[in-house]
Ligand binder design. Structure first.
Ligand code: RET
Length: 247
């Protein structure tokens, strides 16, 4: 079970993972620090957001340490012989991170627009189906992996529908300032989340790009979707009393 060098992260890939670890860790400290500027009753969004970057920091520490992965046999990619190899490194720890953090990201967003609890619960359930089908698909070596990918995309459709249509309508009803922070964070989320299945398709799915490129692709997405999203959200909440959201 040898992993060819081209399908395995290099020292530079590992350094990049550690750089992202540092960004996530510093963001966690910053979000917790910012929570002290608010009374205890107003810190919910700080806690959720800090938990997201904390979990990511640990996942990135694992990947930088070359842990949390397994070798999966791949078919020879004719489109790009440079990445040809018998095995590809699949970082399953990414999915453990996403299983915890994507529901928290949705909570940040859907609590901001005051959606009813049943809607939030079913949207998070769809999100969990999306992540788990992505994980199983990544670990499957045959082309059945694309079946899981399709299930994941269908689940993602429901998540996107809630964020784009239901969430926007509820946010508007809560007032202009809330609608504004919801729109900024919602558009940011949907735009970025659409890029994840593309990254999956060329990495775990089609084995088109090597593991170092995968590290950069997902890494940039994670920085934008977690610390940058969190900063936008907390900034948007700075003058909003969470009692207005029913919290
Ligand atoms: C997978 C593959 C299956 C189909 C779809 C996917 C979408 C994943 C998404 C992940 C978002 C992750 C975030 C992480 C934290 O920053 C699982 C790749 C649709 C949208 C935001």
């Amino acid at each position: 079970n040898t992993v060819t060098t081209d399908n395995h992260i290099t020292t530079r890939g590992s350094d990049w993972y550690f750089a992202v670890t540092a960004i996530m860790a510093v963001s966690t400290i910053a979000f917790m620090g910012l929570s002290f500027t608010k009374p205890r009753s107003q810190r919910l969004f700080h806690y959720i957001t800090a938990a997201i970057t904390l979990v990511a920091a640990i996942a990135y520490f694992s990947m930088g340490s070359n842990l949390g992965w397994t070798a999966i046999q791949v078919e020879f990619p004719r489109s790009n012989p440079k990445v040809a190899g018998d095995f590809r490194q699949i970082f399953y720890v990414r999915y453990i991170d996403w299983f915890v953090t994507t529901p928290l990201l949705l909570l940040d967003l859907l609590l901001t627009c005051g959606l009813p609890t049943p809607t939030i619960i079913y949207t998070i359930l769809m999100d969990e189906i999306m992540i788990i089908t992505g994980l199983v698909g990544a670990l499957v070596k045959s082309s059945y992996k694309w079946g899981y990918f399709v299930f994941g995309c269908v689940a993602f459709f429901f998540v996107a529908y809630t964020v784009v249509f239901e969430g926007r309508a509820h946010a508007r009803a809560l007032g202009q300032d809330i609608a504004k922070v919801y729109t900024v964070c919602g558009v940011w989320t949907i735009f970025l989340w659409f890029l994840y299945p593309i990254a999956w398709g060329v990495s775990e799915g089609g084995n088109v790009i090597p593991s170092d490129s995968e590290a950069v692709f997902y890494g940039i997405l994670d920085i934008l979707a977690k610390p940058v999203f969190g900063a936008l959200l907390l900034w948007g909440h700075r003058n909003i009393d969470i009692a207005r959201l029913g919290l």
